[in-house]
Write a protein that binds this ligand. Structure first.
Ligand code: HEC
Ligand code: HEC
Ligand code: HEC
Length: 408
C-alpha cells in the first residue's frame, strides 16, 4: 500500500515536472545503467573518432572529415547549449540520427554516417544521448563545410536522400540466432563498417548490390569483407576476425592505417560478445562478386621484384613470405595484399606503418617506409609479393604507384 502511494507520488511529481518543461519532451532522468550502456554504444559507433579534433576536448567536434567532394567538419556533441547539443530535445537527437535532419530542418551530409545510424533503435539513440549529456560542456563551433559546387548547397541533400537514403530500422531475422542478429545490427547500423568497406557510386552513396565488396577511402583500400576466396575473408575463421578486431592483428594480417584507428578507438573496446557477434555475421556474408582472372605477371617484372624483395624485405618477412605472425605479418594467402586494388599495399610500402598497440597485444613493431624506391621498383616488388607463394592479383604499374605517391 505504502509502496503504491509512493509510486503514485513519483508519477504525479514527474507529471508536474514535465508540464514545467512542456516545450521539451518528457523523459525520465537517465539511470547510471543507461549512461553506461550509452557509453558502450558510443564506442561501438566510434562517435569520438570523428567528433574529436583535439584529444583534450573529446566530442567537441571541429575535426575535418575528408570526402571525395571536399571537407566537412564534425559538430560539437558536448552539452554546451550554444555550440553543442545541450539545448536539443530527444526528438532532435532521434531526427538527426535517423533522418539526417537538423533541428532547424537542414539536411546533413552523409559524411555523418546517418544512412547507417537510421537503423538504430530508439532506446540505443537515447542511451547515447544520455551518455553525451554527462560530458563536460565545451564551447567550440565547427567551421562550415568546404565542399565543391554544387554540393556546397545543402538543399541538394534533399535530392540525394530521395535517391539513395532509406530510413528505418532493420527487423531482426527470426530464422537466425540472437548472436547473428546482434552482429548484423553492429555491422550494418552502429559500427557502420560499410561506410569504408562498401564501394560508392559517383554521388558517394554505398552501392547496395556490392555490400562489403571493398572500397577506396582516404588513399587506402578497405578490403572486401565478404567470403571471396583470395581477397575476402574466406580463409579467416570467426576467431581470426575477432582477434583482429580486438588486437589489430592475427595470424593472417595486421590492421594498417584507418583500420588501426577503428581497432584502437572502437572494436578493441567492445565487449567480447559484441566482437564475436560481428565475426559470426561477417562469416555469414556471401562470397560476393567473382575475383578478377589474373594472368601471370611478366617474368621480367617478377624477377626484378624478387631482387628488391630479397634486398629490402626478407629481414622481416622472410624469403618464403612467412614473416612471424603477429609481429611481421605473413604475406602468403594475405587477403588485403591480393585485393584487386593495390592501394593499401602501396601506401604501406611508400609510407611504412607502425603496428598498433592494444591491451591485448601491447608490443609494437614497425615497417620502414621506402620512399626512395622508384615508382617502377615499388610496382615490381608489389607485383612480386602479390603473385608469389600461391598469391595471385593483378600486376601493379608504375603509373599506379605515381598516383599513390602524389599528395592527396
Ligand atoms: C565518419 C565520421 C562520423 C562518425 C563516425 C560520427 N559522426 Fe556525427 N557527424 C559527422 C559529421 C561530418 C557531421 C556533420 C554533417 C554535416 O555538416 O552535414 C555529424 C553530425 C552529427 C550530429 C548533428 C550535430 C549538429 O550540431 O547538427 C549528431 C547529433 C551526430 N553527428 C552524432 C553522432 C553520434 C552519436 C555518433 C556515434 C554513434 C556519430 N555522430 C558518429 C561525422 C561523424
Ligand atoms: C574508416 C574506415 C573503416 C571503417 C569504419 C572500418 N574499416 Fe575495416 N578496414 C579499413 C581499411 C582501410 C582496411 C585495410 C587496412 C590495412 O591495409 O591493413 C581495413 C581492414 C579490415 C579488415 C582486414 C581485412 C583483410 O583482408 O586484411 C577487417 C576484417 C575489417 N577491416 C573489418 C572491419 C569491421 C568489422 C568494421 C566495422 C566494425 C570496419 N572494418 C570498419 C577501413 C575501415
Ligand atoms: C623491419 C621489418 C620490416 C621490413 C624490412 C619490411 N617490413 Fe613489411 N611489415 C613489417 C611490419 C611490422 C608490418 C605490419 C605493420 C602494421 O602493423 O601496420 C609490415 C606490413 C607489411 C605489409 C602489409 C601486410 C598486412 O597484413 O597488412 C606489406 C604488404 C609489407 N609489409 C610489405 C613489405 C615489403 C614489400 C617490404 C620490402 C620493400 C617490407 N615489407 C619490409 C615489417 C617489415
Amino acid at each position: 500500500m505504502r509502496r503504491r502511494r509512493r509510486t503514485t507520488c513519483a508519477i504525479l511529481a514527474s507529471v508536474l515536472l514535465c508540464s514545467a518543461f512542456a516545450a521539451r519532451e518528457c523523459t525520465a532522468a537517465p539511470t547510471d545503467d543507461m549512461v553506461a550502456r550509452g557509453k558502450a554504444l558510443a564506442i561501438a559507433g566510434d562517435c569520438a573518432s570523428c567528433h574529436t579534433a583535439d584529444p583534450a576536448k573529446p566530442f567537441a567536434g571541429g575535426k575535418e572529415i575528408d570526402t571525395p567532394f571536399g571537407a566537412v567538419f564534425s559538430p560539437n556533441l558536448t552539452p554546451d547549449s550554444d555550440t553543442g547539443i545541450g539545448g536539443w530535445s530527444d526528438g532532435d537527437c532521434l531526427r538527426a540520427l535517423r533522418m539526417g535532419v537538423s533541428p532547424s530542418g537542414a539536411h546533413y551530409y552523409p559524411a555523418f554516417p546517418y544512412p547507417y545510424f537510421t537503423k538504430l533503435i530508439r532506446d540505443d539513440i537515447l542511451a547515447i544521448r544520455a551518455y553525451l549529456a554527462t560530458l563536460a560542456p565545451v564551447s567550440n563551433k565547427a567551421p562550415p563545410p568546404e565542399l565543391r559546387w554544387p554540393l556546397n548547397y545543402r538543399g541538394l541533400m534533399r535530392a540525394w536522400k530521395a535517391l539513395f537514403f532509406t530510413p528505418g530500422i532493420i527487423q531482426p531475422d527470426q530464422s537466425k540466432t540472437a548472436e547473428w542478429n546482434r552482429g548484423r545490427y553492429l555491422v550494418e547500423a552502429l559500427a557502420h563498417c560499410g561506410a569504408c568497406h562498401t564501394p560508392k557510386n559517383a554521388f558517394g552513396a554505398g552501392k547496395r548490390d556490392q555490400a562489403f565488396g571493398g572500397s577506396m577511402v582516404q588513399g587506402m583500400f578497405a578490403p572486401r569483407l565478404d567470403g571471396a576466396e583470395r581477397s575476402g575473408l574466406k580463409s579467416w575463421s570467426a576467431s581470426d576476425i575477432a582477434e583482429y578486431l580486438q588486437s589489430g592483428r592475427n595470424g593472417h594480417s595486421h590492421a594498417g592505417p584507418l583500420m588501426s584507428e577503428v581497432v584502437v578507438n572502437s572494436t578493441s573496446k567492445m565487449s567480447d560478445a559484441d566482437v564475436r557477434a560481428i565475426a559470426v555475421y561477417l562469416k555469414s556474408l556471401p562470397a560476393g562478386a567473382s575475383e578478377p582472372q589474373v594472368a601471370p605477371p611478366a617474368p621480367a617484372q617478377m624477377s626484378d621484384g624478387e631482387r628488391i624483395y630479397r634486398g629490402a624485405c626478407v629481414a622481416c618477412h622472410e624469403l618464403d613470405g612467412s614473416g612471424s605472425p603477429r609481429i611481421y605479418p605473413p604475406l602468403p594467402g594475405n587477403a588485403n595484399l591480393q585485393s584487386a586494388n593495390p592501394a593499401s599495399t602501396l601506401r604501406i610500402i611508400l609510407d611504412g606503418a607502425q603496428t598498433v598497440t592494444t591491451p591485448r597485444a601491447p608490443n609494437a613493431g614497425s615497417m620502414p617506409a621506402y620512399p626512395k624506391l622508384t615508382d617502377q621498383e615499388v610496382a615490381d616488388v608489389a607485383t612480386y609479393i602479390r603473385n608469389s607463394w600461391g598469391n595471385a592479383a593483378p600486376a601493379v604499374t608504375a603509373v599506379e604507384v605515381a598516383k599513390a605517391r602524389a599528395p592527396k
